[in-house]
Design a protein around this ligand. Sequence first.
Ligand code: C5P
Length: 243
Amino acid sequence: MTENPRDYLAVAMDVPDLQSACALADALEGAAGWLKVGAELFTAEGPAAIEMARTHAKVFLDIKLHDIPNTVASAVAAATHHGVAMLTVHAAGGIAMLRAAREAAESAAAKTGRARPKLVAVTVLTSFAPDDLKMLGVAESLPEHVARFVDLAQRAGLDGVVASPWEAAAIRAQAGQDFFLVTPGVRRAVDAVGDQTRIATPEVALAAGSSLLVVGRPIVQAPHPAQTAREFVLEIGKALEAK
Ligand code: C5P
């Protein structure tokens, strides 16, 4: 694992079009190791958003694939062709879908000569509160449900999972040191919470074992995104030193 603090920060480019994404990526140049292209930007602009982001940082394509194994495999292969460094699939898609994703990433990487992207499984969205699971008919507790998805992701040979910082310590203990743990829902004390419910500061998320912090609105909607990103990286650096 690298110890450059900015490699622990993925900025979620949750903006509506390529022009705004370009302006944001230009402003953030060198401030964050990862840029996340999510559902909003990818739906609006498609692979052009990935191409643009790749000229600035490692690209995390977060379109949370969840479909039949064949369809997910084809989408993962396409993303691999576009040179993304990491992408998300939903653990709830089941073991056959997760295995198909992993195999597709491997064979597409071998065919194109590109590096295989990391595959991380979304466990329970960080916007979920414990009662939201009950409304879906899930009887087990939120930590139990996350642990089940972590086990599924490991058995399918995925690189890691996306989870709230609240579950990070338990996941790290369950899955070991090499498992890649992506945590959205990261806020400093001064930031607005938005619709996230299971949030933590960079310091708490890293101490709990996070490999990568995803931060969107606190940076993207800040008056000076690059300055705010650098403040996050400073906090990350301090937290890594304290570990
Ligand atoms: O603006 P904010 O910092 O809340 O953005 C968090 C980002 O992380 C969003 O792009 C969201 O789609 C993503 N995400 C999440 N929870 C997950 C997986 C991804 O919030 N479980």
